[in-house]
Design a protein around this ligand. Structure first.
Ligand code: MEV
Length: 424
C-alpha cells in the first residue's frame, strides 16, 4: 500500500471545495463555466484493518457505518469486469443491492447523507472488485472536512474525489508520481487524475442525479478551470477541462446564508422551467455562458495587473448581470438577495455561487476596500446569522499527504480539521 500519513501506514488524502465564478446551472446544458478551488478542504484517512469489516466514519454529519465483508460477497460478484479507467453508473440491479446493503429506509431514500453512503459502497465495491478479484479488503475510512455541507462549495464532490483517489491508490490502480517521492505531497499523472475524476463523477451522479461534473473536476485538478460538457453524436458525454491561463489575485468574501437546499431539486427545477419556456430560459443560459466567456477574456487581458480599475468594474457588472439571471431562472433566495443588498451598501458586488436556493454567495472585494469596511460588512452579515470569511482561491487539487505530522509542525494546522488529527 502506498504510504500516506507516515506513522500508521494509512493513506491521508485531501481534496478542495470550489467556487463557481460564472456558469452554474448553464453548465448542466453544455455551456462554459469558470470554477476555482478553495483553500477549504476535505480530508480522508484510509487504514487497513484485520477484522473483515469495512467501516465508514463521517463524524461531521454524525454518520458511522460498518459492514461485514461476508455480507458483501453476493453483490461483489456483480461488480467484477469492465475498464477501471472508464466507470459507468450502477445498473438498476446493482443499485437495488447497494440500497439493501446500505439499509436505507424508504423515507431516507433521497437524503444526501444516505446517498453518500450508497456512493461510498459503489466506489468501494467497484474499485476493489477490479483489483482484488478474490477478496474485498478490510478497511476503515474516516472523513473530516472544513467545508460546510450543502452550501454550494462542493463538499460532496470533495468527498467523492477523496474516496475515489484513496481507493484507487490503495488498490494500485493509480500511483503518485515518482518525482514527488521526496516531497510531503503526492500527486498523480494527468491520466491517473482522469481516472480519479471519472470515478468521482459517478459518485456525484449517485448523490446529485444529473450533475455537470464541474464540482468533481475542480476538486480533482484544483486551480482555476474553464469547464464544458461535450456530448458526441452517440450521446456520450466527456468533460472538457482547460486550466485558465491567468486569474488576477481576487479577494473575495464568502458568505454562507446557512439556508439549506438541495442541488438535485434546484437543477431539476431549472430543467422544468427550460422545458416549459425554452425560448425564454434558453437565451438566459446562453447569456450566462456569454458572461463566463467575457470574464475569462477579462482575466486573460488584465493578467496580474490588480490595479486595473476598468477591468474590476467590468467584473462587477458581470457579477450583477449574472445574479439577476440566476434570480430570473428561480435559484436565488431572499437570504442571498440580502447578502447582495448589504454588499451594495459598501459599494460591493455579489452573486450566489453553486446551485443557489440558499447556501453561499460571493462578494468581490476591491483592492481599495479597507480592512475597516470588511470588518463592518462581516459584522453586519454575522449579526443576521450568516457565516462569512475572506478567503483565497486557486489552491492545489487532490493531494496525498505523506507526512501530515510534519506539515503540522511546519504550521499547516489551521487547514487540517482537528478531529482528523486526534485520530492520527
Ligand atoms: C453545482 O455546484 C452547480 C450546478 O451547475 C450543478 C452542476 O453543475 O452539477 C448548479
Amino acid at each position: 500500500m502506498e504510504s500516506g500519513s507516515g506513522d500508521n501506514g494509512g493513506i491521508v488524502i485531501s481534496a478542495p471545495g470550489k467556487v463557481i465564478l460564472h456558469g452554474e446551472h448553464a453548465v448542466v446544458y453544455g455551456k462554459v463555466a469558470l470554477a476555482v478551488s478553495l483553500n477549504l478542504r476535505t480530508y480522508l484517512e484510509l487504514k487497513d484493518t484485520e477484522n473483515n469489516e469495512v467501516r465508514l466514519d463521517l463524524p461531521d454529519i454524525e454518520l458511522h457505518r460498518v459492514w461485514k465483508l461476508e455480507d458483501m460477497s453476493v453483490i461483489f460478484e456483480s461488480f467484477t469486469g469492465g475498464d477501471i479507467t472508464q466507470p459507468g453508473p450502477p445498473t438498476s440491479e446493482q443499485l437495488a443491492h447497494l440500497k439493501e446493503l446500505a439499509g436505507i429506509k424508504k423515507e431516507e431514500d433521497s437524503e444526501v447523507k444516505y446517498l453518500a453512503v450508497i456512493a461510498f459502497l459503489y466506489i468501494y465495491l467497484g474499485i476493489c472488485s477490479h483489483k482484488r478479484k478474490s477478496k474485498l479488503p478490510s478497511l476503515c475510512l474516516r472523513v473530516n472536512s472544513n467545508l460546510p455541507t450543502g452550501a454550494g462549495l462542493g463538499s460532496s464532490a470533495a468527498f467523492s474525489v477523496c474516496l475515489a483517489s484513496s481507493l484507487l491508490t490503495y488498490c494500485g490502480a493509480v500511483k503518485t508520481l515518482d518525482v514527488e517521492k521526496e516531497s510531503h505531497f503526492g500527486r498523480w499523472s494527468q491520466e491517473n487524475l482522469e481516472t480519479i475524476n471519472n470515478w468521482a463523477y459517478e459518485a456525484e451522479r449517485i448523490i446529485h442525479g444529473t450533475p455537470s461534473g464541474i464540482d468533481n473536476s475542480i476538486s480533482t485538478y484544483g486551480g482555476a478551470i474553464n469547464f464544458r460538457r461535450i456530448t458526441d453524436k452517440d450521446g456520450k458525454v466527456t468533460p472538457k477541462i482547460v486550466p485558465l491561463e491567468r486569474v488576477p489575485l481576487l479577494r473575495i468574501l464568502l458568505v454562507n446564508t446557512k439556508v439549506p437546499r438541495s442541488t438535485k431539486v434546484l437543477v431539476a427545477n431549472v430543467r422544468k422551467k427550460l422545458e416549459k419556456y425554452p425560448d425564454i430560459i434558453g437565451p438566459i443560459l446562453d447569456s450566462i455562458e456569454g458572461i463566463a466567456n467575457t470574464c475569462e477574456k477579462l482575466f486573460a487581458d488584465s493578467g496580474d495587473n490588480n490595479d486595473n480599475t476598468a477591468a474590476i468594474e467590468e467584473l462587477e457588472e458581470l457579477i450583477d448581470i449574472n445574479q439577476h439571471h440566476l434570480a430570473s431562472i428561480g435559484v436565488s433566495h431572499p437570504a442571498l438577495q440580502q447578502v447582495c443588498q448589504i454588499s451594495a451598501k459598501y459599494g460591493l458586488h455579489c452573486k450566489l455561487t453553486g446551485a443557489g436556493g440558499g447556501g453561499c454567495a460571493v462578494t468581490l472585494l476591491r483592492k481599495d476596500t479597507s480592512q475597516g469596511s470588511i470588518d463592518e460588512i462581516q459584522k453586519e452579515l454575522k449579526s443576521i446569522g450568516f457565516d462569512c470569511w475572506e478567503t483565497s482561491i486557486g489552491g492545489p487539487g487532490v493531494t496525498l499527504h505523506r507526512n501530515i505530522h510534519r506539515e503540522l509542525s511546519e504550521g499547516a494546522s489551521a487547514a487540517i480539521p482537528k478531529a482528523l488529527l486526534e485520530g492520527l
